[in-house]
Write a protein that binds this ligand. Structure first.
Ligand code: GLU
Length: 510
């Protein structure tokens, strides 16, 4: 059997990271089994259609390296891959179900359904269109064949509903949860098809999975309640022997407390819920994306892969190739997976460290431009090599490295108070003298400054070196002091120290 899986999003907005994880698991499973991965757009609900959403989905998955063999954007032998483009083929399937007694026409007007709901509410009951109530509704089960035909011919709007058999135990075999059984008496007669010729999700999904020869349906847990209907549809069509296997993935939960991770959580808690920035075409509202926040795509893949699955070892850093090799549906958790913001940052840090100094420099260039810095490429690469271990995101590069490119304009008052003690201007003048006379090499500077001056004169090492750092950086942060001096150069260091002597001056004795 050739494995064929599909990712079947509805273009109702930007793709949530839960959806991205679903796509990823499908992709890993397809690749591991030498199978095919298909992108199908499920846009039967035209009222929820959002312009730009389909393009967004394609761009996001491409950015993450989740590739397709067939799909709406690349075509393939089972096309078209957008349900609205497949519209003409669904009617025959609805008719087959009607003919075989698995479905019926329902003419109930929206007002009549509303009235029914209210009537039930008044009795503290909930109305459901099902085997208990369909006998009292305006449908073909209660009308003569002639009357049904007359209404259809006269253009009266109708829907086609699935007719669940009464009191039937329906078992869905799920690869993650095992057997899940539900009694048909609890299930509502879902609408499958409307008189405007549009199928609903349920009909289109089953017809497409069958005709596209899908072997495994890997999707979010929110679809588990629909699975008994889907199993019954396969039975009704006579397609049970080629029915795909199901795997319903656990929910992604909020970092704190319980409950499903929602669109609002991301911006509230400081991490994106979407792969790319999304500008809502209606409200103009911006929701931030991983890409624009500076996440490395490989890190996002790694983070999502481990939300609800683990390889059974301690290994956390996993490349796409390793994930493909190790992925195993039976190791997917049944419980919801909690998003961990700190961990996500850590992953990004680790993936940035795998990048070459050149690549980090590429990420830094736009910020340097913004600050009108003109430094040689070689210098930028060198600084990036030295400083990348200190960042989690490329956006932190400027704050972390700015003093390599600009002299400080102010000096941290707390550091002055703590380090810049009486006599410091004299010591700094001496530092300038040393730098101007020793060979400008690491060992030579180290010996002249630390051994022959500070230690030999019994000075406080921390105070002198931190004052030097304050003069060069503006605060007491940064890499090894002599490396820093060697990097920015003698002239620049001397200039900065002289300026600090002038600006900070000699502290008053107290
Ligand atoms: N169109 C459905 C969705 O948006 C697909 C569900 C499925 O994979 O069957 O999630």
């Amino acid at each position: 059997m050739k494995v064929r899986v599909r990712f079947a999003p509805s273009p109702t907005g930007p793709l949530h990271i839960g959806g991205v994880r679903t796509a990823l698991y499908n992709y890993l499973f397809a690749r591991q089994n030498g199978g095919q991965m298909i992108l199908r757009i499920e846009d039967t609900d035209q009222t929820r259609f959002v312009p730009g959403a389909e393009q967004y989905i394609i761009e996001a998955l491409d950015w993450l390296g989740i590739k397709f063999d067939e799909g709406v954007h690349i075509g393939g032998p089972f096309g078209p891959y957008r349900q609205s483009d497949r519209k003409p083929m669904y009617r025959q399937y609805a008719e087959q179900l009607l003919r075989d007694g698995w479905a019926y026409y329902a003419f109930d007007k929206p007002e009549a359904l509303d009235a029914k709901r209210k009537e039930y509410e008044a009795q503290k009951r909930t109305f459901q269109y099902d085997c208990h109530t369909r006998g009292e509704m305006d449908n073909s089960l209660n009308l003569s064949a002639d009357e049904v035909q007359r209404r259809i011919d006269s253009g009266e709007p109708y829907v086609v509903r699935f007719k669940f058999p009464e009191n039937l135990e329906i078992t869905v075999h799920d690869l993650i949860r095992g057997d899940v059984t539900m009694n048909s008496n609890l299930l509502d007669d879902k609408v499958l098809f409307k008189s405007d010729g549009m199928p609903t999700y349920h009909l289109a999904n089953i017809v497409d999975d069958h005709t596209m020869e899908i072997t495994h349906v890997i999707r979010g847990e929110e679809w588990l309640p629909s699975a008994p209907l889907h199993v019954m549809l396969y039975r009704a069509f006579g397609w049970e022997d080629t029915m795909p296997q199901f795997a319903h993935l656990p929910l992604l939960l909020k970092p704190e407390g319980n409950g499903k991770l929602s669109k609002r959580d991301g911006d509230r808690l400081g991490f994106p819920v979407f792969p790319l920035d999304w500008h809502d075409p209606k409200t103009g509202e911006l929701s931030s994306g991983y890409r624009e926040r500076g996440y490395v795509p490989e890190a996002v893949v790694n983070i999502l892969a481990l939300l609800g699955w683990n390889p059974g070892t301690e290994q956390e850093i996993l490349s796409m190739d390793e994930l493909i090799r190790l992925f195993d549906i039976s190791r997917i958790s049944k419980n919801g997976a909690k998003f961990n913001v700190e961990k996500a940052r850590w992953f990004n840090h680790e993936y940035l460290q795998m990048k070459s100094d050149e690549e980090i420099a590429d990420l830094f260039e736009p910020q340097l431009k913004e600050h009108n810095v003109t430094a040689s490429r070689e210098y930028v690469v060198r600084v990036c090599g030295m400083m990348k271990e200190r960042i989690n995101f490329p956006s932190e590069l400027w704050d972390t490295c700015c003093y390599f490119f600009e002299a400080p304009t102010e000096y941290d008052p707390a550091a002055i108070k703590k380090r810049w003690k009486p006599g410091m201007t004299t010591h700094m003048a001496k530092v300038v003298e040393i730098l101007n006379t020793v060979p400008f090499e690491y060992e030579a500077i180290h010996k002249a400054l630390l051994d022959d001056y500070i230690t030999a004169n019994g000075l406080n090492m921390g105070q002198v070196m931190n004052s030097l750092r304050l003069a060069v950086v503006g605060k007491t942060v940064g890499p090894d002091m002599i490396t820093l001096v060697m990097t920015i150069g003698k002239d620049e260091t001397v200039k900065r120290v002289n300026r600090a002597i002038d600006v900070i001056g000699e502290p008053q004795e107290n």
